[in-house]
Design a protein around this ligand. Structure first.
Ligand SMILES: [Ca+2]
Ligand SMILES: [Ca+2]
Ligand SMILES: [Ca+2]
Length: 279
């Protein structure tokens, strides 16, 4: 297909600390409805690494979340990969991976692939939707949130210095594993309402744990949308006090990490792509 469009609706919330103010609204970005919500902010080499997508929240176009991809073979640390913007949603590729379907998706066939969502507010992820495939492949996913201490930048440092089996001991927590996601249908996740500024959605992995003992079938999917809630701390997150220099829930010290935010971010991108790797 020639015109690749996709939309990611994101919602994230972070553990609220002092002064945090919960926001009840959820914001979902419907597929294909809001062109331009997601844009590639930095390019990667062909088939290569390190690009960044900036995606706007549906209800607050001046609020963006960064989307990056990482991948690792068993025993190796995670390294930057490429966010692929397909019609069904985001996939992941890395240098050396086949560009053919279904490897163009986010998968665990070869390297374990993941998408990292970085917010500047704390966000409670509540729902995830894939936009591909309909039934051909297995579609199990895993979700992690950064709950470690220290500056939030430690989340990224921990990721890029960890392997699949060591990641959960560095401040990243497994929020849950979710089996057999259906194409085009939101799946409720994060039942304990964990909040964080950093979220990982990956193809299924036990991340070193002994369970669940799901089938060994490889998983492939394109991440279409996410939603959740922000707990207002900074004033610019969706649903929080905006336009003012200091809403009621502002945090004065970034280091206090008390970010709690609730918001649903609509991340969505429209991109023209070569007709290759059609889903
Ligand atoms: Ca892939
Ligand atoms: Ca692969
Ligand atoms: Ca599986």
């Amino acid at each position: 297909m020639k015109i690749q469009r996709h939309l990611l609706a994101l919602a994230i919330g972070f553990g609220a600390m002092h002064g945090a103010q919960a926001v009840s609204q959820e914001y979902i970005l419907p597929y294909n409805s809001l062109p331009g919500a997601c844009n590639e902010a930095s390019n990667a080499q062909a088939g290569g690494t390190g690009n960044t997508y900036k995606c706007a929240a549906e209800n607050s176009w001046d609020y963006t979340v960064d989307v990056n991809a990482y991948a690792a073979t068993t025993g190796s640390v995670f390294a930057a990969a490429k966010v692929e913007d397909w019609s069904g949603g985001f996939g992941v590729s890395y240098v050396g991976e086949s560009g053919s379907s279904p490897q163009h998706a986010m998968d665990n066939d070869g390297k374990l692939e993941m998408l990292l969502f970085s917010f500047d507010e704390s966000f409670a992820l509540s729902d995830v939707k894939i936009g591909w495939p309909s039934s051909t492949y297995d579609t199990d996913i895993s979700i992690l949130a950064w709950t470690g201490a220290g500056d939030p930048s430690q989340a990224l440092a921990s990721l890029t210095s960890s392997t699949e089996t060591s990641l959960l001991s560095t401040g990243w927590d497994l929020v849950g594993n979710y089996e057999n996601l259906d194409d085009g249908v939101y799946r409720s996740v994060n039942g304990s309402a964990i909040s964080s500024s950093y979220w990982i959605v990956s193809a299924f992995s036990r991340y070193g744990a002994s369970s669940p003992n799901w089938d060994g079938a490889k998983d492939y999917m394109k991440l279409h949308s996410i939603k959740g809630q922000f707990t207002c701390v900074n004033s610019n997150a969706p649903g929080c006090n905006q336009g003012g220099g200091g809403g009621g829930g502002q945090v004065s010290e970034p280091g206090s990490l008390a970010l709690a935010g609730l918001a649903v971010l609509g991340v969505y991108g429209v991109r023209r792509r070569r007709g290759q790797q059609a889903a």
